[in-house]
Design a protein around this ligand. Structure first.
Ligand SMILES: Cc1cc2nc3c(=O)[nH]c(=O)nc-3n(C[C@H](O)[C@H](O)[C@H](O)COP(=O)(O)OP(=O)(O)OC[C@H]3O[C@@H](n4cnc5c(N)ncnc54)[C@H](O)[C@@H]3O)c2cc1C
Length: 462
């Protein structure tokens, strides 16, 4: 609970209309995509880094938690106030400060919605590739804090690869500029990289200098249908082995396809799995690459291949792809959504292993995702009212993580640790590494006020 004096101070810092203690707001800001509510004591909407700094200084003197928040689409509980405190929403810091077409860079505030930034960059013939499926509502700040990726990561990389520099308010309230505005820079430790993916635990991003690339001249999109997910996964491994780097190589299983088709109704296949493949670049290069990928798909049993003939067809396919996650609730009210990654050559083993786990646990596990990166969204479906199913679902997640680590993979490619994966951190990282990470946290946030209760399991919280 916040003292009345603290509430008054927050109003003084951000302005009366930029702080809320209303029950409605506290409920709204207690959620993210994990659907497990933790109500804050206040929500504050700062408009400048100076205001963010004052809020953090107050938090240190009064010892209350501050939880940075973008759009609240996070899939690991990163923006949830698990210990109460003040949610610091960046939604009113949403200016695109400038796009510098001469230097292929842009400066933006953290609350800018990723899609809106991409549309603005496009007006200059420029391209900001990171494209999480939540891009129409998630923010640049949230993408940076989670190092978001998306379908285009297979060719273009993830958010980290587009961040040149940051303005960050450290947990103790100092405002620092990390990185550079130039194309290169190696002066001092690379704190930009440290901040990217730090899940709002090491600082609040208040500005970002982003790298842009020229818009590709041409792009071609093909949907390839396979009798089984395993065949589709073999084709993915074949594409990578042939040293083709498409701009997108997404895999979707039959459960996901059926669910999403009921919503989008664009004629997706009723049976089997499909790959959504894109190649871009010059027209000749993109078409040539796609021809090679189609041949590999045929060699791996593809039964049908449909090219998206116009912009509407491309848009429909992407609308379907981005709606899969939400559509899965049609089959079960509960979903544990993991985003594991394995070396790309082992993707068939991952898919086969997950099929075995689903059979063993008597569960439906829907798989889709960025197969070209070896990054598969594994959705363990269950009904929370069915005790057996809920318990099996939890065990299935551990089974999947064990399998992934055995295959040389990692537990999360995009969603981060947050609270949902904190209990599993020790499965992947050794204690000395966890201790080193905790020392960094302690050095930057001695009072533990910034986003406490995240990443480290409770027994490691320290
Ligand atoms: C339907 C759906 C599809 C998704 N698809 C993808 C996908 O393809 N790829 C992917 O990577 N993720 C995906 N996600 C997960 C999520 O959208 C991303 O993690 C996204 O980057 C979160 O952005 P946000 O603005 O919603 O951040 P929030 O959820 O509000 O916050 C996420 C984390 O960032 C921190 N944070 C937010 N703003 C700041 C800031 N300014 N400074 C410091 N820390 C900050 C928060 O404290 C929290 O830890 C998906 C989610 C949904 C619901």
């Amino acid at each position: 609970m916040l003292r009345d004096g603290v509430k008054e101070e927050l109003k003084k810092i951000a302005g009366e209309t930029n702080v809320s203690f209303s029950k409605e707001d506290l409920i709204c800001y207690s959620y993210d995509a994990t659907n497990s509510p933790y109500p804050p004591d206040a929500v504050v909407f700062p408009r400048s880094s100076a205001e963010v700094s004052s809020i953090l200084k107050l938090a240190n003197s009064e010892r209350f938690p501050v939880i940075p928040r973008g759009a609240g689409t996070g899939a690991s509980g990163g923006s949830l106030p698990v210990e109460g405190g003040v949610v610091l929403s960046t939604e009113r810091m949403n200016a695109i400060i400038g796009i510098d077409a001469d230097n292929l860079t842009a400066v933006v505030e953290p609350g800018v919605v990723t899609w809106e930034f991409q549309q603005e960059a496009e007006k200059f013939g420029l391209f900001y590739p990171p494209d999480p499926s939540s891009l129409k509502f998630s923010t640049i700040g949230g993408n940076i804090a989670e190092c978001a990726g998306g379908p285009r990561a297979v060719k273009y990389g993830v958010t980290r690869d587009y961040v040149l520099g940051l303005e960050v308010v450290l947990p103790t309230g100092e405002i620092v500029d990390t990185g550079v505005v130039t194309a290169k820079g190696v002066v001092g430790y690379d704190l930009t990289r440290l901040m990217v993916g730090s899940e709002g635990t090491l600082g609040v991003v208040t500005k970002a200098v982003l790298r842009l690339v020229p818009m590709p001249e041409y792009s071609v999109t093909v949907q390839a249908v396979f009798p089984s997910l395993r065949d589709a996964a073999s084709a993915v491994a074949g594409v990578i082995k042939a040293m083709i780097i498409p701009s997108t190589l997404e895999i979707v299983d039959s459960v996901s396809t059926r669910c999403v088709e009921e919503y989008v109704r664009i004629g997706l296949p009723k049976d089997g799995a499909f790959l959504l493949m894109e190649a871009d670049g010059t027209k000749a290069a993109a078409l040539g690459e796609m021809e090679r990928m189609k041949r590999i798909c045929l060699d791996n049993g593809a039964s049908r291949m449909d090219e998206a003939v116009d912009k509407k067809a491309v848009k429909d396919l992407w609308k379907a792809r981005r709606a899969i996650s939400a559509s899965l609730y049609r089959i079960r009210p509960g979903k544990i959504n993991e985003d594991v990654v394995v070396p790309r050559s082992r993707i068939v083993e991952l898919i086969t292993g997950i099929e075995t786990i689903a059979r063993k646990r008597g569960l439906l596990i829907a798989c889709f995702g960025h197969a070209g990166d070896g990054n598969v969204h594994v959705n363990v479906m269950y009904d929370g009212k069915d005790e057996r199913e809920a318990a099996e679902a939890k065990t299935a997640v551990t089974d999947v993580f064990e399998l992934v680590l055995k295959l040389g993979g990692t537990l999360s490619g995009e969603h981060g640790v947050g609270i949902t994966k904190a209990p599993y951190l020790g499965m992947e990282l050794g204690q000395p590494l966890i201790d080193a990470m905790k020392s960094i946290k302690k050095a930057l946030d001695p009072n533990g006020i910034l986003n406490p209760g995240k990443i480290f399991p409770r027994s490691h919280a320290g």
